[in-house]
Design a protein around this ligand. Sequence first.
Ligand code: SF4
Ligand code: SF4
Length: 276
Amino acid sequence: MKKDLLHIKREGLATADDLRGRLPDESTKKEGPYAVIECFEEIPCNPCVVSCRFDAILPFEDINDLPYVDFSKCTGCAVCARVCPGLAIFIVDESMQGEMGTIMLPYEYLPLPEKGEQVMARSRDGSELFPATVVRVLKGGKGKTALVSLEVPKESLQEVRAFSVIEDESPAFHSSETYDPDYESPVVCRCEGVDLNEIRDLIARGYKSVDEIKHRSRAGMGPCQGRSCRQIILNELARDAGVSLDEFEGGSFRPPASPISMDILAKGGEEDAENS
Ligand code: SF4
Ligand code: SF4
């Protein structure tokens, strides 16, 4: 099942070939909701596997393995999507009659949209697709990510992987004025237990780089080395600086760029880490 995923590390986008083997067959799709896992980072992470009480995610032989779903066991319960720090799990339901299905997407911005609200459905690369209606909202909190279900034409269920709130001029973010301090702050770095309020507080106090925030909060210093939280912190810093993400200077990203075994380190790097 192992594929050459180096191009995803470079370009950040999965191709149709990468997604092969991650979807059920046509008859299983009609039986009920199922999880689509688009996780391509070989990092020490397994909350999806351990949280699934149906053993529907194939067991890992190594903590760096990639997760694959056994669709004969998956009920689409969404427990795995709630705990995935990479926001890499989507729950698709195309079992209903008619042309429309639903996709449940992880969402870490506030305020959450409301049921019945129109949002802009977006593709994997963030491009606008079409307006879609929110049909269900599961709030986050206590280490669980909020999930938002959109009603989407069945033919587009494998295209929609994000959404933005339509009223917001800057779709990637909500302004600090709309931020509700009473709402339980979403977790940004699950490895070190750092939430969004803490990151925003540090930025407001004058810490203006990823490295400064990392050293003050430990966000990005856990086993995954910032693969999940770094982008969120960069987004917050760019928003605070009033520049686009492309214009914002990021902090340093220390090697190793991908996890490698102690065995390879002990041999002095004779082997390519990608082959480990
Ligand atoms: S949706 Fe539920 S049953 Fe399916 S893989 Fe996730 S936790 Fe397991
Ligand atoms: S990032 Fe999400 S999908 Fe990937 S291994 Fe971790 S919990 Fe599972």
